[in-house]
Structures are given as structure tokens and as C-alpha cells.
Design a protein around this ligand. Structure first.
Ligand SMILES: Cc1cc2nc3c(=O)[nH]c(=O)nc-3n(C[C@H](O)[C@H](O)[C@H](O)COP(=O)(O)OP(=O)(O)OC[C@H]3O[C@@H](n4cnc5c(N)ncnc54)[C@H](O)[C@@H]3O)c2cc1C
Length: 340
């Protein structure tokens, strides 16, 4: 059981910046994210794309912004609980008790939901009973490519992830790339590389095919592919990997009794509190008249929500507004030395 001043749900840009805003006023935060890495949309959807509207930074990529935000919160030594989704919430006296899908429990007076467009989850194969093969023969991401070394692997999808992994794994595994259309929608260059490898006999490509069924008891022995004209083909394989993109789900938060407006959480713009005391929503997931889904708006929302958290985390203390430029108190928390 982890006790903390604030639980932040979501490690996107807004969740990361609110850790800073909490830290400078002396509040400890724990951060949970469903993904295996921090950065939210910036890292998952556009790591290499330039952003031009972060105040004071004329141009930076999604990845550099996240690196800078992490650098900025380094002094607070925040714990990140990645690969974990928040599930249930209940009231425990003055606190909230939050449980994750890995049965981790947080006890806190404040919960800041910075969940963006919801938790990212892979689009899955639509085959009956596929779940029983998941994480032994069926995967939607690759953590260690050596797991597939010298094995037969079928990769499904027509986008960049499917093409890139097919090319990369073809160096160490026997790869078949399967797509339901003849044209790939990933980068032209990657599709050309894959086709070149096919000509050289280093990779097999099967289009336009879809998966029909899996043969095997606990592990996959083979799969049946189906062509548009109904013809089928059996392929022996050890693994199937699906790269069909991500879907965003509000998930269990939708069952928490919070007011919802088109899958967004309405908030009071004075402190970004929801209809429940001590539960706040900031960033893309919140809504109010005039809301702009921009990173800079999320930063502002986080600054106000953090100050609101102080009241519940330190009921016997008075919050005093201070500038980072002149506050010795804040500079101490940031580890600023006299020579800096
Ligand atoms: C292609 C593209 C370009 C963009 N360009 C710009 C731009 O130029 N300027 C700009 O200001 N904005 C831009 N945006 C928008 C910007 O990325 C978002 O406004 C910003 O990412 C919102 O940040 P966030 O932290 O609120 O949410 P997100 O970045 O969506 O992060 C939310 C995190 O919460 C996690 N999460 C959600 N639910 C749960 C749960 N139940 N349990 C655990 N974790 C959970 C998710 O996994 C995710 O990591 C762009 C967006 C896209 C898609």
C-alpha cells in the first residue's frame, strides 16, 4: 500500500508537468501510466514531429519536450508505475483508495486525472478465444526481439510498426508479413525495403490476406489465412504479432461516478476539481467552456490543480504563493545551489 499526497493518473506532458507544480509546493506525487513508457501522445503518436507552440521553446519534437519535462522533475525523484492501469476507486475516511490492475493500492487525499484521450490499448485480432494465446504466442508489441530469434513469426498489419518490425526481425527470425490489402500504408521506403527482402528470399509477404483461425492447444502450431475470394491457406508459425494501431479507452475511470460529457470530464476552472472532492482532471481529458486541447492549456490547468491539492494534503498549513525566481524555499526543493 502506497501513501502519497497526490496520485497522478497519466504520464503524458500534462501529468509530468503537474509533478513539477506539486513538487515546488512540497507535495509528493506517484504517477501511474498504462503504457510502458512516459510521454503520452507526444511519445506514442509523434515523437519525431516538431511542436511550435510551447511557450519559450520555438521548436522541439515530442521526444525532446518529454525529455525536458523529465529533466525538470528530476529533483523530486518521482516513482513511475508504468504498464499499470488504474481500475477501482473507493473512499477511505478522508482519503481515496485506488487499485490498479496489478493490485497495487494507493491511499491519497488527491487524485489528478491527466489521462489524455484515455489509456492507449492495442487493437487486437478479432478471433474467438485469442486471449488464451496472448503473451505466449500472440503479441501486440515487442519488448525484446531476441524472444523471437530463430523462430517462425507472422506479422500482421500494413502500417509503419508492422513494416519496421518485419524488416528488423527478418534478420534473426523466419518472418511472414501479412496484410489485408495489397498496398501498405506505412512509409514508402519501408515498404520498398520489405519488398526487396522478399525478392532476396529473406522475408515472405502475403497480401491481401486476413487471419481466419488459429490451430493449437496452449501454443500456436499454425494459422489459417483467408484471401478475399474465400480461399484459405495454412501457415506453420510459432508466434503471431498484430500491429493494427492503438485505440484509446477511458476505461474504468468511466465507472467512477464522475460527471462525463462526451467521454470528457467536466471541471470547475477555479481548481480543476471534478464533481468529486479531491479528484481533479487536467489536460485533454477535461472539458469546460472554451477548453483548448493544447499542451500549454494542460500546464496551466495543472498549476491550479496542484495548489488545490495542497489544501487536502496539508489541512493544517496555509499555502503561500511564491515565485520560483525569488523563493529560497522552492529553490531548495529544486536543489538549486548558490553558484547556479
Ligand atoms: C499528431 C499530433 C500532433 C499534436 N501537436 C500538438 C502541438 O503542436 N501543440 C500542442 O499543444 N498539442 C499538440 N497535440 C496535442 C497534445 O499532444 C495533447 O494535447 C497532449 O498530449 C495532452 O497531454 P495529456 O498529458 O493531457 O494527455 P496524453 O498525452 O494523452 O497522456 C495521457 C496518458 O495517460 C495514460 N492513461 C490514460 N488513462 C489511464 C489509466 N486509466 N491508467 C493509467 N494510465 C492512463 C495514457 O496511457 C497516456 O500515456 C498534438 C496531438 C497529436 C495527436
Amino acid at each position: 500500500m502506497i501513501k502519497t499526497d497526490v496520485l497522478v493518473i497519466g504520464a503524458g506532458p500534462v501529468g509530468l508537468f503537474v509533478v513539477h507544480q506539486l513538487g515546488i509546493i512540497g507535495l509528493k506525487a506517484e504517477v501511474v501510466d498504462n503504457l510502458d513508457k512516459v510521454g503520452g501522445q507526444c511519445i506514442e503518436l509523434y515523437p519525431d514531429k516538431p511542436i511550435y507552440d510551447i511557450p519559450g521553446i520555438p521548436k522541439c519534437t515530442g521526444e525532446t519536450l518529454i525529455k525536458s519535462l523529465l529533466e525538470q522533475i528530476k529533483p523530486f525523484k518521482t516513482n513511475f508505475h508504468l504498464n499499470e492501469r488504474v481500475q477501482a476507486i473507493s473512499k477511505e475516511k478522508e482519503n481515496w483508495k485506488i487499485t490498479t490492475n496489478k493490485n497495487k493500492i494507493f491511499i491519497t487525499p488527491n487524485v489528478i486525472i491527466a489521462g489524455g484521450v484515455g489509456s492507449f490499448e492495442p487493437r487486437k485480432f478479432s478471433i474467438k478465444d485469442i486471449e488464451k494465446f496472448e503473451n505466449n504466442s500472440v503479441f501486440y508489441s515487442i519488448k525484446d526481439k531476441n524472444y523471437f530469434k530463430n523462430k517462425k513469426v507472422c506479422i500482421f498489419g500494413g502500417g509503419d510498426s508492422a513494416l519496421d518490425w518485419a524488416v528488423e526481425l527478418s534478420e534473426i527470425s523466419e518472418v511472414t508479413l501479412v496484410h489485408r490489402r495489397n498496398e501498405f500504408r506505412g512509409a514508402e521506403h519501408s515498404a520498398d525495403v520489405a519488398k526487396k527482402l522478399e525478392k532476396e528470399g529473406k522475408l515472405k509477404i502475403k497480401t491481401p490476406f486476413q487471419i481466419q483461425s488459429i490451430e493449437g492447444k496452449d501454443k500456436i502450431n499454425s494459422i489459417i489465412l483467408k484471401k478475399e475470394d474465400g480461399k484459405t491457406e495454412e501457415i506453420k508459425t510459432d508466434f503471431i504479432l498484430g500491429f493494427f494501431g492503438l485505440i484509446m479507452k477511458l476505461g474504468p475511470i468511466a465507472e467512477w461516478g464522475l460527471n462525463l460529457d462526451k467521454k470528457k470530464i467536466p471541471v470547475d476552472t477555479e481548481n480543476f476539481q471534478t464533481n468529486k472532492k479531491g479528484i481533479y482532471a487536467i489536460g485533454d481529458i477535461c472539458t469546460y467552456p472554451g477548453k483548448l486541447k493544447l499542451i500549454l492549456s494542460g500546464f496551466h490547468e495543472g498549476a491550479l490543480a496542484a495548489r488545490a491539492c495542497f489544501k487536502l494534503a496539508r489541512p493544517n498549513e496555509k499555502y503561500r504563493f511564491e515565485f520560483t525566481t525569488t523563493s529560497k524555499n522552492i529553490q531548495e526543493k529544486l536543489g538549486v545551489k548558490k553558484s547556479d
